[in-house]
Ligand binder design. Structure first.
Ligand code: GLC
Ligand code: CA
Length: 565
C-alpha cells in the first residue's frame, strides 16, 4: 500500500518535473510522432507568393496550411529561408538567426509556427551545417587575417606548388574545391560553389556555435531539422589527394575521383551523436540528407545505438530510376531490415521529379499513382516533395540564359541544373497557376491548366485525390501503421507485391510495373498470410470491391491495395 502510494507520487513527480518538450511522446505501440507522420518538403521560393513579387514566401506557406492539412500532411520541412545572397538559392546562409527579406520576417516565421500548431502540422527547417555563405560575418572575419580568432572556423591551406591548389579535390559544382584568397595568400576549401566555404568542424567553437543555432530555433517552436550535406562535413585531416578513376571527365570537364578523402570521414558521427542529444532535449527530430552507396553506410547514420540521425533518407531507393520490381524489392528488404526506422523519399529539390523519371509518356498519371502507392504503403516514414501530389513534372530551362541554378550555369549544356524540379506550385487555372499574379522567378509548367490543386480537387480520379486517400489510409489502417513488411512473389519480374501484416490482419499491395495487364496469384499461404478473400481499399483502375487474392488482375502500371478478409 505504502509502496503503491509512493509509486504514484513518484509518477506524478516525473510527469510534472520534466518539461513538456522533453517528454518524448510515444504512442501505444511505442512510436514517437514522426514514425507515423507524413513529411512534406516545401521549396519556399516556389510554393506560394503572398506579396506578389513573383517569389514564394513564408506568409504564402501559412496561407496554404489548410490545404496541407486537408491533404493529410503532418510535418513540413522548409528548404532554407535564412538570409542569403542566393548563389545556391538559400543553401548559402549569411545569417542563421533570421529570415531572408525575400521570404518575410522573423515575425512571419512565428506566425507560421503559431498557425501550424492548431492544425497539428510540425515545422522543420533546413540546417545547412557543413558550410556558410562567404558573406556570413563568420567567414568575413575568418578571411580578414591569418591571426583572426575565427581563422580556424574555416579550412585554410597554403598552395601545394606556387599558384596550385593544396590538393586535387574537386567541387561538386565543377573545378577545384579550393579557392585562392589574396587577402591572406591562402586557399579556402569549398565542396560546393566557391561562395560556400566549408566550416572546420574540428574546431570546437564551430560546433558550439552551430549547436546554439539549433537550440535557438527549437525554443522558437521548430520541431526539428533536415541536416544538409552531412557526408561532406569533414575532410581528411592530412588533406591527401583523392584517387582518380580512369581517364573520363565528368559533366564539368573534371577528372572523376574516388571521394575517399573529402567524404564520409568517421568524425562526422561524433558530431551527429552530440547534435542528436541537443535535439532529444527539445523533443525534436533530425532528418538526414544522407547520400550513401550501400546499406552499411546508411546504417551508420542511424548510429550504433540509434543515437544519431532519427531519419536518414534512403536515397538509394530514391534513385532507382526504372520501374524494376527486383531493384525495389532488394532496396526495401535492405532498409526494412537495417535496424533503423526506414525513411522513403522519391524526389526533392535536387532530384528530377518522379513524373519524369518513371513516366513513359503514355501512362504518366498511372505511374504517378503507382509510385505513390509504393512508397506510401511501406513500413517507415515518407517525405513528399511539393507538387508531386498533383503530378507536377520537370520544366527544365531551354536556354542557358534562363538558368537560375548555379549547377546548371556551370554545367550547361550537359548539366542543365535543378531549376526544372523547382518550378512554382500549381494552385489553379489562373495566370501563373495562381502562384503569383507577377511573373514568377521560374516559369510555370504549361500543363498547369490540367494539373493544379483546384481542378484536381474536383476530379475524384485525379492524382491529388489518390494521394489524399492514400494518406488518410496510412493514418488510420492498423496494418499499414504497424504491419511488418512481407515480400510476396519475389521472382515476379514485372509485378511488385507485398503484404503489411499486423495481428492477423494484412494489407496487400500489388503494383504492376509493366505496360501490359497482369494476372497475379499472391500465394499468400506460402508466406504465412491467411486470407479467405480480399477487399479493395484503393485502386488506380476500376476494380471490384472484393477480389480473390489468388487471381488479381492488374491493369498496365496499375496499383491495387486491399485488405485480407
Ligand atoms: C544540399 C542541397 C542542395 C545544395 C547543396 C549545396 O545538397 O540539397 O540543393 O545545392 O547542398 O549547397
Ligand atoms: Ca513574395
Amino acid at each position: 500500500m505504502r509502496n503503491q502510494k509512493l509509486g504514484l507520487v513518484f509518477l506524478l513527480f516525473v510527469a510534472f518535473a520534466i518539461p513538456a518538450w522533453a517528454q518524448t511522446a510515444v504512442d501505444g505501440e511505442g512510436h514517437p510522432w514522426w514514425q507515423h507522420a507524413v513529411f512534406y518538403e516545401i521549396y519556399p521560393r516556389s510554393f506560394a507568393d503572398s506579396n506578389h513579387d513573383g517569389i514564394g514566401d513564408l506568409p504564402g506557406i501559412t496561407s496554404k496550411l489548410d490545404y496541407l492539412s486537408w491533404l493529410g500532411v503532418d510535418a513540413i520541412w522548409i528548404a532554407p529561408m535564412f538570409p542569403s545572397p542566393h548563389v545556391d538559392w538559400g543553401y548559402d546562409i549569411s545569417d542563421y538567426y533570421s529570415v531572408d527579406p525575400d521570404y518575410g520576417t522573423l515575425r512571419d516565421m512565428d506566425e507560421l509556427l503559431a498557425q501550424s500548431k492548431p492544425r497539428n502540422i510540425r515545422v522543420l527547417l533546413d540546417f545547412v551545417m557543413t558550410y556558410t555563405s562567404d558573406q556570413n560575418k563568420w567567414f568575413q572575419e575568418s578571411k580578414s587575417s591569418r591571426a583572426n580568432p575565427k581563422r580556424d572556423w574555416y579550412i585554410w591551406r597554403d598552395a601545394r606548388d606556387p599558384q596550385q591548389p593544396p590538393n586535387n579535390w574537386t567541387s561538386l559544382f565543377g573545378g577545384s574545391a579550393w579557392k585562392y584568397d589574396s587577402t591572406t595568400s591562402q586557399w579556402f576549401y569549398h565542396y560546393f560553389y566557391p561562395p560556400q566555404p566549408n566550416l572546420n568542424w574540428r574546431n570546437p567553437e564551430v560546433e558550439k556555435n552551430m549547436f546554439d543555432v539549433t537550440r535557438w530555433w527549437y525554443k522558437r517552436g521548430v520541431a526539428g531539422f533536415r541536416l544538409d550535406a552531412v557526408d561532406v562535413m569533414f575532410v581528411d585531416s592530412q588533406f591527401r589527394d583523392n584517387p582518380v578513376v580512369g581517364t573520363e571527365r565528368n559533366a564539368f570537364g573534371d577528372p572523376v575521383e574516388r571521394e575517399i578523402n573529402d567524404k564520409n570521414q568517421p568524425e562526422l558521427h561524433g558530431v551527429l551523436q552530440r547534435l542528436r542529444k541537443v535535439a532529444d532535449e527539445h523533443n525534436a527530430v533530425l532528418i538526414g540528407e544522407t547520400w550513401t552507396s550501400d546499406i552499411e553506410q546508411l546504417k551508420k547514420y542511424y548510429g550504433e545505438h540509434n543515437d544519431e540521425v532519427n531519419m536518414p533518407m534512403d536515397f538509394m531507393f530514391a534513385t532507382i530510376n526504372k520501374l524494376s520490381p527486383a531493384d525495389f524489392r532488394k532496396q526495401i528488404e535492405w532498409v526494412d531490415n537495417s535496424g533503423g526506422w526506414p525513411v522513403y523519399v522519391v524526389s526533392n529539390h535536387d532530384i528530377r521529379r518522379v513524373y519524369d523519371r518513371y513516366g513513359d509518356g503514355k501512362h504518366d498519371d498511372q505511374i504517378a499513382k503507382l509510385m505513390a502507392s509504393l512508397y506510401l504503403t511501406l513500413r517507415g516514414t515518407a517525405v513528399m516533395y511539393y507538387g508531386e501530389e498533383i503530378g507536377m513534372e520537370n520544366n527544365d530551362p531551354k536556354r542557358p540564359e534562363d538558368v537560375k541554378d548555379s549547377m546548371g550555369k556551370l554545367g550547361w549544356p550537359k548539366e542543365k541544373g535543378r531549376d526544372g524540379e523547382r518550378t512554382p506550385m500549381q494552385w489553379n487555372t489562373q495566370a501563373n497557376a495562381g502562384f503569383s499574379p507577377t511573373t514568377p522567378w521560374l516559369p510555370v509548367d504549361d500543363r498547369y491548366k490540367n494539373y493544379n490543386v483546384e481542378t484536381e480537387k474536383s476530379d475524384p480520379n485525379s492524382i491529388l485525390n489518390y494521394y489524399r486517400q492514400l494518406l488518410s489510409m496510412r493514418h488510420t489502417n492498423q496494418a499499414l501503421l504497424e504491419g511488418k513488411y512481407i515480400a510476396l512473389n519475389e521472382d515476379d519480374p514485372s509485378v511488385l507485391s507485398y503484404a503489411r501484416s499486423y495481428k492477423g490482419q494484412s494489407v496487400l499491395v500489388v503494383l504492376n510495373m509493366s505496360g501490359v495487364t497482369r494476372k497475379v496469384n499472391l500465394n499468400l499461404e506460402s508466406k504465412g498470410v491467411h486470407a479467405k478473400g480480399a477487399k479493395t481499399l484503393l485502386s488506380s483502375f476500376t476494380t471490384p470491391g472484393r477480389v480473390d487474392p489468388s487471381e488479381i488482375s492488374v491493369e498496365p502500371f496499375g496499383a491495387w491495395i486491399g485488405e485480407t478478409e
